[in-house]
Write a new protein. Structure first.
Length: 83
């Protein structure tokens, strides 16, 4: 199982304690995804960022719902390996 997070480099120069918002999911639980596939759009300090699949597999769980906030390092979803 692989946890999907917003990459650390996106959080650079962001004030500690700042949260991001999941704007929209482009996949649902059970969907098959490929590495680099767009999973979600998030908003962090008025900028949009795409969250991409780090591995191929099946979206096992979405952990942060649309219109919900999350902190740096918090998993947004889990992907179960296709193999």
């Amino acid at each position: 199982m692989t946890e999907v997070t917003l990459p650390d480099e996106v959080w650079q120069d962001v004030e500690p304690g700042t949260e991001a918002l999941v704007d929209e999911w482009f996949v649902k639980e059970g969907d098959v995804v490929q590495p680099g596939q767009r999973l979600a759009n998030v908003v962090l300090v008025k900028t949009n960022h795409e969250v991409e699949a780090p591995v191929a597999g099946i979206v096992e769980r979405i952990l942060v719902a649309e219109e919900s906030t999350f902190a740096r390092g918090q998993p947004l979803a889990t992907i179960k390996s296709a193999s």
